[in-house]
Design a protein around this ligand. Sequence first.
Ligand code: ADP
Length: 159
Amino acid sequence: MTIALYPGTFDPIHNGHIDIATRAAGLFEHVIVGLYDRPAKRLLFSADERAQMARLALAHLPNVTVQLYSSLTVDFAGQIGASVVVRGLRAISDFEFEFQLALTNKKLAPGVETVGLMSSLEYLFLSSTILKEVALLNGPVSDLVPPHVEAALQQKAAT
Ligand code: ADP
């Protein structure tokens, strides 16, 4: 059984992430969405909030589960028995960083393969950063996130 790890910050999960998780779920027996607990970037949502939103957004996918982690991604992959790391690739901007990350991970853990899935056209320019910027200024995001994430963003915008 091939277990794939789809790691990220997911602050919050959006339709671009859900699209990648859904497609990965069709390729691998089990997909674990790994929420990195302590990234260098400033976050809007707590780890528990991010995990809860991701779980609800992916609840319809029986072979996808969500777990928090705070170690090196390849260490977490080893811990959960994942031999594949899935990453989503948007336009040109992601490529250099993702290449660097994949090569670093290969050096750290030669047995773990990185698989990049190209973003679907409608989510090519969607990032959590852009999403938060629009939502916190009360812009419309209903086409970009599930309703429960939209509600959580609206709540943050109101505080
Ligand atoms: P973001 O870049 O949206 O803040 P993350 O850092 O949580 O998101 O990214 C987790 C993974 O999801 C990364 O592999 C990232 O490239 C991928 N990803 C993010 N947004 C999209 C998108 N719109 N389409 C495809 N993949 C995406």
